[in-house]
Design a binder for this molecule. Structure first.
Ligand code: SF4
Length: 137
């Protein structure tokens, strides 16, 4: 769940130099709710996260791409994730639901469980997709 100390330090250093960092609240933009900004001629939504906490999370990412998550999964793990998610485009079987929860716990150190709540399953799938995207960058 936690990024290496060196990674955390680098992220915090980057944030403190960022013009969108709020020194008073130590957040990325407006605390908690975030706010929209224009960066490199595109509109982005800042996360409003407390940077000291966010920088510690292994898979966290800067909304402007100034720093990214640690993608230290192995090639085998990458293939395992990719294969599972390729099957889960429209329907998720009970077995896949179980596997998604297992991999969510494994990579994100969450307490995810197989769920009958569609939006919960979709959220878990999207979280796992982010890990794949980070690996592919
Ligand atoms: S997370 Fe990114 S946008 Fe937010 S304060 Fe840090 S560097 Fe700036």
């Amino acid at each position: 769940m936690f990024a290496a100390n060196k990674t955390q330090d680098e992220r915090i250093t980057t944030c403190r130099k960022c013009k969108f960092y709020k020194k008073k609240s130590k957040t990325c933009g407006t605390p908690i709710v975030g706010n929209k900004v224009t960066y490199r001629k595109k509109e982005h939504k800042l996360c409003g996260c407390f940077v000291d906490i966010k920088s510690r999370l292994r898979f966290a990412q800067c909304p402007l791409g100034k720093w990214s998550g640690e993608n230290n999964i192995t090639e085998l793990e990458y293939k395992e994730l990719k294969k599972l998610l390729s099957y889960t485009v429209s329907e998720v079987t009970r077995e896949q639901n179980r596997e998604i929860a297992i991999l969510h716990r494994k990579y994100l150190y969450s307490n995810a469980k197989p769920s009958s709540c569609r939006s919960c399953v979709v959220k878990n799938i999207n979280d796992l997709h982010k890990i794949i995207e980070q690996y592919e960058q």
